[in-house]
Design a protein around this ligand. Structure first.
Ligand code: ADP
Length: 767
C-alpha cells in the first residue's frame, strides 16, 4: 500500500485523480498498475521532513493505480472514504496508517444522481460553447461518469481551497454532498460568466471604438463627396477642418489650429472673437508646412539664368554660383546669408529674384525699411486687437512654400524702439541654429525657416548692428559706369519696357547717343532705376504714336526726348574750370553712390574760431580741427591770420556722416589754399583721411567715388596710397579717364596742386 499525502487536490470517492509520477517517487511502495494507494489530506503544505502525526486530516480515500502514462502521469481510481485511526511516521519519512472504513450514507437515488449529472453537463456545455476551446472542453467533461469525477476534474480550474475540498469529503450524506458540489459548480459557472461578461463588455468597448472610428471615416468620406457636389455649401469651419487635415503641420501647430477651430465652432458667427479666430486659421492653413526635397541645381543652367537677367555683376554672380555649388554638395536648401550692399537701383533686389529663378524656387521680398518693433519681425500676440503676423511669416505665406528665396530688403533701415529690438529678432531668423523653430508671436507655434534662402540688401553697412552684420557675408554692388548703363539700357531695360507696353520689336529706333544722353542728362544715379523709369516713359509715349500710326517706326530724337520725358535735363554738375582760393573738390561716398562736392573756406573777422556749416557740421568738426592745426604747423608765419579771423568751413550736404573723416585731405588743402591764397585747380579731386602729422590714411567706397569723379569730368584724383588695391574694383573706363594719384601724406597733395614744399619751406624758414 502506498500512502500518498495530498494538498489542495480534490479527492472524492469513486473519481479519477491524477498525479505526476514524481509525486510518487519519494514514497515507499511499488508504483504499478493495480497497486493500492491511500490518499490522505495534509493540513498544511509542508515537506515530508516536517511530517508529524497530526499533520493530516482524519478522513482519507483509498484507491488503485489504474494507469501510468508515458507523459508522466499516474491515474488513481478512487474507492471508498476511510477514517484514519492512527498515523506513524517512520525514520525514512514513510507513513504507516491504520484505517477503518467510513463510507457515506447513500441517501439519493442512482437515477437522481445521473439526472443531476446530466443537468450539470448541459450547463457546462452551454457555458463552454462560448469559447473557442469549448469543443475540447465538452469532450473532456463527457468522459466522466459521476458527479465526483466531474468535480475532481474541474477542481483544477476552480479556485477551491484545501479546506473547502476537505469539507466536501467530510459530508456524510451523499445527497448533501451532491447539492454542495452542485452549488460549487454553479458558483463557478456564475463567476466565470460574470468575468467573461466583463471581458465581453470590454471587448464591446473596443468594438465600439472601432465602430466609432469606422463611422467617422465613413462620415468624412460622405462629407467629402457632399462637399464636392456642393462646393458652395461647404461651411468655413468645415473648410478649415479639411485644410488642417491636409496641411501637414507639425504636432504643436496642428494642436493649436484645432484648438482655435474648436473655439470658432463654439463662438458661432456673431461673436467679436470670430474674426480673429477666422483670420488666424486662414493664415496658418495657407502656410506651406511641407518640406521640399533639395534639388541638384545645374550650375551652367544657373549661370545662364543669372546672365540672362542681369548685365555685368561678375563678382556677385560668381559668388552666387559658389553658393549654389556648396548647397548641391551639402544637399541643403540654404547656405551663408549674403548681404548685398550698394546704391539703389544697382540690381540687388532683382538679382534675388533671378537667383530664385535659377534655383527653380519661389521668390519672396520682405521690406524691413522702417521696422521699429520686434513685432514687425515676429508679429503681435493674438491678445492684441488687430494682431498680425510679422513680416517674415507674412512673406513665407505669400510665397506659398516653405523654402523660398527670401530677400530681406533694407536691413540698414531697421530702427529700434522701446517695443523691443527688431534686429535681435532678425538675428534669430537668420541663425541656422535657431531658425528651424522660429516662433512668430501671432502664430504662437514654431515654424521651420531653415530651408529658406535668405538674402539681405542694404545701401550701407554703417547702420546695421554689429551682431547682425557678423552673421552675413557682405557683397558690394559698386554701381554702373555710363558704358555699362548703356549696355543695360539696350539689352535689358529697353526690351523689357517695350514688352511691357506691347511695342513690337523694331518699332522704336534709338541711337546709343540718345541713350547716353538719357543717362547723362536725365538721370543722376549710381544704379539704373531712373534709367529704367525713363525707358518706360519713353515707351509709353511711343505706344501712343504707334497705336495711331502702326506703320511708323518711333524714332527717338533730342526733341522727342525732351517732350516725352517731360522733364528738364538734370543739370549735371561738371567741374568748373576755375575756382577761388579756399575751395577744393572733394569726393564723397553716399548711400546713393558717389558724389563730388566742393569744400569752401573763408576767413571772416573774429578771434580764431572755427565755424562749420553744412549737413555734416558735428562730424566734420574733428576733421576740421585737425586740418586747421595741421595747416597752422605747416605755415607757422600765418599764425596771426588764424588768430585775428574766424575760419568758416562749409561742407555742402551729400556725404553720409561716416564719410566725414575722408574729407580730411580736402579740408586741409582748402585751408592751405585759403591761407596761402593759392587757388587749386578744381580738376584735382581728392579723398582721404588725415592724421595730425599729415599722414593720409585709407577710406572706403573708392569705386563709387571715382565713378562720381568721372561723371563730373574730373581729370585727377588723389587717393590714399593704401587704397591702391581697391583700384581692382574700379571699372577700366573710369581709370582710363582719370589720372589717379595715390598719396601717403598731405604735402604730396599740396605740392601737386601748386602749394609747393618750397613755399612751405620758405614760410617755415621765415618763421
Ligand atoms: P536695388 O534693389 O539695388 O535697389 P533693383 O534690383 O530694384 O535695385 O533694380 C532696379 C532695376 O534695375 C530693376 O528693374 C533691375 O532689373 C534693373 N537692373 C539693375 N541692375 C541691372 C543689371 N545689371 N542688368 C539688368 N538690369 C538691371
Amino acid at each position: 500500500m502506498i500512502v500518498v499525502p495530498v494538498y489542495n487536490k480534490m479527492i472524492l470517492p469513486y473519481s479519477r485523480i491524477y498525479f505526476r509520477t514524481d509525486e510518487f517517487k519519494s514514497l515507499s511502495g511499488r508504483v504499478a498498475i493495480g497497486e493500492k494507494v491511500v490518499m490522505l489530506v495534509k493540513k498544511e503544505d509542508i515537506p515530508k521532513e516536517e511530517y508529524k502525526e497530526d499533520s493530516f486530516y482524519p478522513l482519507a480515500v483509498t484507491g488503485n493505480i489504474s494507469s501510468i502514462s508515458a507523459e508522466g502521469y499516474v491515474e488513481v481510481m478512487a474507492g471508498e472514504r476511510v477514517y484514519i485511526d492512527d498515523v506513524s511516521i517512520n525514520q525514512d519519512y514513510s507513513i504507516e496508517l491504520s484505517i477503518r472504513r467510513n463510507p457515506v450514507t447513500i441517501d439519493i437515488s442512482e437515477e437522481l444522481r445521473s439526472k443531476k449529472l446530466e443537468q450539470i453537463r448541459r450547463e457546462m456545455n452551454e457555458y463552454v460553447s462560448n469559447y473557442s476551446w469549448g469543443q475540447s472542453a465538452k469532450a473532456f467533461i463527457s468522459q466522466f461518469n459521476s458527479l465526483e469525477e466531474t468535480v475532481c476534474a474541474m477542481s483544477i480550474w476552480m479556485t477551491i481551497s484545501n479546506e473547502e475540498q476537505y469539507s466536501l469529503l467530510e459530508i456524510d450524506s451523499l445527497k448533501k454532498r451532491t447539492e454542495e458540489i452542485e452549488r460549487m459548480l454553479y458558483e463557478y459557472i456564475e463567476v466565470a460568466k460574470v468575468s467573461s461578461d466583463a471581458s465581453f463588455a470590454q471587448q464591446e468597448e473596443y468594438q465600439n471604438m472601432y465602430k466609432e472610428s469606422a463611422i467617422k471615416k465613413q462620415m468624412e468620406y460622405l462629407q467629402k463627396e457632399l462637399d464636392e457636389l456642393h462646393p458652395e455649401k461647404v461651411t468655413d469651419v468645415r473648410k478649415f477642418e479639411m485644410k488642417i487635415d491636409n496641411a501637414g503641420m507639425n504636432e504643436t501647430a496642428e494642436a493649436e489650429a484645432r484648438k482655435v477651430l474648436n473655439r470658432l465652432k463654439q463662438e458661432g458667427s456673431h461673436s467679436s472673437e470670430t474674426g480673429m479666430l477666422y483670420d488666424y486659421l486662414d493664415f496658418v492653413t495657407s502656410l506651406s508646412w511641407k518640406s521640399e526635397d533639395p534639388k541638384n541645381i545645374d550650375l551652367d543652367f544657373a549661370s545662364k539664368i543669372l546672365d540672362e537677367d542681369h548685365f555685368g555683376l561678375k563678382k556677385v554672380k560668381k559668388r552666387i554660383i559658389q553658393q549654389i555649388a556648396v548647397m548641391n554638395l551639402k544637399k541643403k536648401q540654404s547656405g551663408s546669408i549674403l548681404l548685398f550692399v550698394g546704391a539703389p537701383g544697382t540690381g540687388k533686389t532683382s538679382i534675388g529674384k533671378s537667383i530664385a529663378r535659377a534655383l527653380g524656387r519661389e521668390y519672396s521680398r520682405v521690406s524691413l525699411g522702417g521696422a521699429r518693433d520686434e513685432a514687425d519681425i515676429r508679429g503681435h500676440r493674438r491678445t492684441y486687437i488687430g494682431a498680425m503676423p510679422g513680416r517674415i511669416m507674412d512673406g513665407i505665406q505669400k510665397s506659398g512654400v516653405s523654402n523660398p528665396v527670401m530677400v530681406l530688403d533694407e536691413v540698414d533701415k531697421i530702427g529700434a524702439s522701446y517695443h523691443g529690438d527688431p534686429a535681435s529678432a532678425l538675428l534669430e531668423v537668420l541663425d541656422p541654429e535657431q531658425n528651424h523653430t522660429f516662433t512668430d508671436h501671432y502664430m504662437n507655434v514654431p515654424y521651420d525657416l531653415s530651408d529658406v534662402f535668405f538674402i539681405c540688401t542694404a545701401n550701407t553697412t554703417d547702420t546695421i548692428p554689429g551682431p547682425l552684420l557678423d552673421r552675413m557675408e557682405v557683397i558690394h554692388f559698386e554701381g554702373y559706369t555710363p558704358l555699362e548703363k548703356l549696355s543695360i539700357a539696350k539689352e535689358h531695360l529697353l526690351p523689357k519696357a517695350m514688352e511691357k507696353m506691347g511695342i513690337p520689336e523694331g518699332k522704336i529706333s534709338i541711337s546709343d547717343d540718345m541713350i547716353n544722353k538719357i543717362i547723362s542728362e536725365y538721370t543722376r544715379e549710381a544704379g539704373v532705376r531712373g534709367l529704367r523709369k525713363r525707358m518706360d516713359t519713353l515707351c509709353r509715349g511711343a505706344a501712343v504714336e504707334i497705336a495711331k500710326e502702326p506703320e511708323n517706326v518711333f524714332e527717338v530724337t533730342e526733341d522727342r526726348l525732351r517732350d516725352e520725358l517731360d522733364m528738364r535735363p538734370v543739370h549735371r554738375e561738371k567741374v568748373p574750370e576755375k575756382q577761388k582760393s579756399g575751395v577744393v573738390t572733394g569726393l564723397a561716398w553716399t548711400s546713393a553712390g558717389g558724389e563730388i562736392l566742393y569744400i569752401e573756406t573763408v576767413f571772416t573777422k573774429g578771434k580764431g574760431n572755427i565755424i562749420i556749416t553744412g549737413q555734416l557740421g558735428d562730424v566734420m568738426k574733428e576733421s576740421a580741427q585737425i586740418a586747421v592745426s595741421l595747416v597752422k604747423t605747416m605755415f607757422p608765419d600765418k599764425a596771426d591770420v588764424f588768430e585775428k579771423n574766424d575760419i568758416h568751413i562749409h561742407v555742402p550736404e551729400g556725404a553720409v556722416p561716416k564719410d566725414g573723416p575722408s574729407a580730411g585731405i580736402t579740408l586741409t588743402t582748402a585751408i592751405a589754399s585759403l591761407v596761402t591764397d593759392k587757388a587749386v585747380d578744381p580738376h584735382f579731386a581728392m579723398t582721404g583721411e588725415v592724421s595730425l602729422r599729415g599722414v593720409v590714411t585709407p577710406i572706403g567706397g573708392l569705386p563709387e567715388k571715382l565713378m562720381a569723379a568721372q561723371r563730373a569730368g574730373v581729370k585727377n584724383a588723389f587717393i590714399p596710397k593704401e587704397n591702391e588695391d581697391d583700384l581692382r574694383d574700379v571699372a577700366k573706363e573710369v581709370l582710363d579717364q582719370i589720372n589717379v594719384i595715390p598719396v601717403s601724406n598731405v604735402e604730396e597733395v599740396l605740392k601737386k596742386v601748386g602749394i609747393t614744399t618750397d613755399d612751405m619751406q620758405r614760410d617755415t624758414d621765415a618763421a
